[in-house]
Design a protein around this ligand. Sequence first.
Ligand SMILES: Cc1ncc(COP(=O)(O)O)c(C=O)c1O
Length: 406
Amino acid sequence: MPTQPFDAAMLRADFPLLAAQPDLIYLDNAATTQKPRAVLNAERHYYETTNANVHRSAHRLAHAATEAFEGARSTVARFLNAASSDEIVFTRGSTEAINLVAQSWGRSQLQAGDEIIVSTLEHHANIVPWQLLAYERGLRIVAVPLLANGQLDMDAYAALLGNRTRLVAITALSNAIGTRPDLAAVIAAAATVGARVLVDASQAVAHDVIDVQALGADFLVFSGHKAYGPTGIGALWARTELLNAMPPWQGGGEMIERVSFAGTTFNRPPYRFEAGTPPVAQAIGLAAALDWLIALDRAALAAHEDALRLRLETALLARDDVRLVGTAPNKGPLTSLAFSHAHPFDVAQFLDARGIAVRVGHHCAQPLMDAFNLSSTLRISLSAYNVSSDIDTLLAALDDTLELLA
Ligand SMILES: Cc1ncc(COP(=O)(O)O)c(C=O)c1O
């Protein structure tokens, strides 16, 4: 079926921050997205009508708050096509979700000499939690190298897999250069050695339809704020049998069944992993964001974002003072740049003076920058509300900036 034209300008009007700042060109969506009115309204409505602590009190308001919170969990499950909402653990975001898996699953399952494979594409959040565990347990972290275009070297990956490989931790979409690894191939190869797979969907969540049952991974994490939702909320998805076998990682209220000085027994998942009062309003805001996304024509959204990226990259490829860092096929909607005569920080400052927000730095992916022999790039990351005039204004501003800095 042909996709409908995607009306990004109309969507933009649904974002109060953008509507209030019509001259802002926001191209830092991989860092965090702006929030649609539906998300702001959902949090406000919750505080104005339903606020109470969840799972505990016997009064009506507490029941309503619990229902709204658990409804949000069901929305996350539906968004990911999880088999059950019991497979959804709320966390502060991707970082906390990965640390949860490292500290709970990793500490209980991994022993000295075991290996964890990560890719060179990974965000620090999908490297450092494994390193902390490796230092403690004597594990080995091995990294899959990249081809020159930023794709995973699948031959090298196949050679790294072995009978000590226990986990493959891999991004679905690189936040720094946009590569989408072939997850199906990565997961199938991991299965041949019986390794678990954790997918970091932090970037993919806003752009790709995620179906955890079709994907066949063991763990998947994402942050709400990168998918039009609030900060302070994200989720870990894992299959029930895995969660059931995992010990708690943080202690407190909610995660227990019975506490006594003689010993404590623990609640079932997902509550076993949600110690303390959870971020209720944020979970409700996240559900509103995911509902907002679900209501969009996702294929048209993806086509829109990709068309903007191609418009930008086609223009940039014609310049000899700009280099695209990462040119893998099937990239996500973000573009990383290095310049022959200018520092990315200077370029970003000039752009900011013209109301264009981009990201500059190592993007929390220093091993990836090392692989390209760079310390930083300038990153343009796109979203549903970006329009082609954003790209044209950026290109004109880049023209002027690079001429000034030459
Ligand atoms: C690919 C990727 N993984 C993990 C993270 C960490 O996300 P958060 O800081 O929301 O926990 C990010 C954030 O930029 C990311 O882009």
